[in-house]
Design a protein around this ligand. Structure first.
Ligand code: C2E
Ligand code: MG
Ligand code: MG
Ligand code: MG
Length: 285
């Protein structure tokens, strides 16, 4: 601890913290501006059905290019949006863009394709957000069944009681719910039984280690076994190699997502992917 050790009585430790806070506030202000000016874009990453090799869904992922700092990761700006009350507006921006883009895909005849949308639990704390989501989907005349809401499990478990109602309301309207980043939070297996999501997305960290770590492999196979019994679909996130894909297929994992198939791309590139689908599983993107 550097406290009190600075020259002229200035505290270095606190000054460092202060600099970080100022940078964060600057980033918040630029994010605020970017949201207001609709400078947040959306890219989409395909989710593949392992049995058929076909794209069934795309996950919508927010992208922010800042003029000063360049591309800023959602891992950085989503927490800032949550902390400073910008997450609802950001979420709505992404939803509108995604609905517009899904409309394009359906119009081309790929009308069984679904989009997955990420939602922070904070977006549901102001009640009515789930209704807003349904209203937007309706506004674009998309079937509710073409949208999946992905919620991170860490937060979902914390807000378990509350989130239970939100999930029920989505399900009532035929909107599917996925537990995202599964395995990274607490009460993993408990959350499956308690929340009964439609889909579970196993976190990338387990897939990365699936060959080398018996613990990770065991978790994946347990989640698959439990999910099969309960009629829940499973997506493996972050599949990067053919070996991982083959292991997962051997375990009867329904869906995979990861750089092995494709990174998240702009809508035009995704439409091209759909049009050239037969070559997807054999190419190393
Ligand atoms: P997530 O929902 O778990 O999304 C998957 C993340 O893993 C994405 O990162 C994706 O690019 C990355 N990924 C996918 N396959 C691979 C792979 O094979 N290898 C590696 N190394 N990474 C892979 P991204 O786009 O940086 O997003 C990070 C997180 O930010 C997301 O994690 C999600 O929690 C959050 N996020 C993104 N967009 C939104 C949004 O519109 N709203 C909210 N609330 N959160 C969002
Ligand atoms: Mg997600
Ligand atoms: Mg995830
Ligand atoms: Mg993640």
């Amino acid at each position: 601890n550097m406290k009190g050790q600075g020259r002229n009585g200035v505290c270095l430790y606190d000054c460092q913290l202060q600099t970080q806070d100022i940078l964060k506030l600057q980033l918040r202000d630029r994010l605020k501006k970017a949201i207001a000016e609709q400078m947040i874009s959306v890219c989409y990453q395909p989710i593949i059905h392992t049995q058929t090799g076909q794209i069934v869904k795309f996950e919508a992922l927010a992208r922010w290019h800042d003029d000063i700092q360049g591309d800023i990761s959602p891992a950085v700006f989503i927490p800032i949006a949550e902390k400073y009350g910008l997450i609802n507006q950001l979420g709505m921006l992404v939803l509108h863009q995604a609905c517009q883009d899904l409309k394009k895909i359906h119009a081309l005849g790929y009308d069984s394709i679904c989009f997955s949308i990420n939602r922070s639990v904070k977006e549901f704390i102001n009640s009515g957000q789930d209704e807003c989501i349904c209203d937007v989907i309706q506004q674009y005349e998309l079937p509710n069944s073409s949208i999946v809401i992905e919620i991170t499990e860490t937060t979902a478990s914390k807000e378990s009681r509350y989130i239970h109602d939100v999930l029920a309301r989505f399900k009532e309207r035929g909107i599917l719910v996925a537990l995202d980043d599964f395995g990274t939070g607490y009460s993993s297996l408990g959350a499956i039984i308690d929340l009964r999501p439609d889909i579970i997305k196993i976190d990338r960290s387990f897939i990365t280690e699936i060959e080398s770590n018996i613990g990770s492999q065991t978790l994946v196979s347990l989640v698959l076994e439990l999910s099969h019994k309960l009629g829940i679909k499973v997506v493996a996130e972050g599949v990067e190699t053919k070996a991982q894909l083959e292991l997962l297929m051997g375990m009867n994992c329904h869906y995979i997502q990861g750089f092995y198939v494709s990174r998240a791309k702009p809508i035009e590139a995704c439409i091209n992917m759909l049009m050239n689908e037969s070559t997807l599983m054999t190419s190393d993107v």
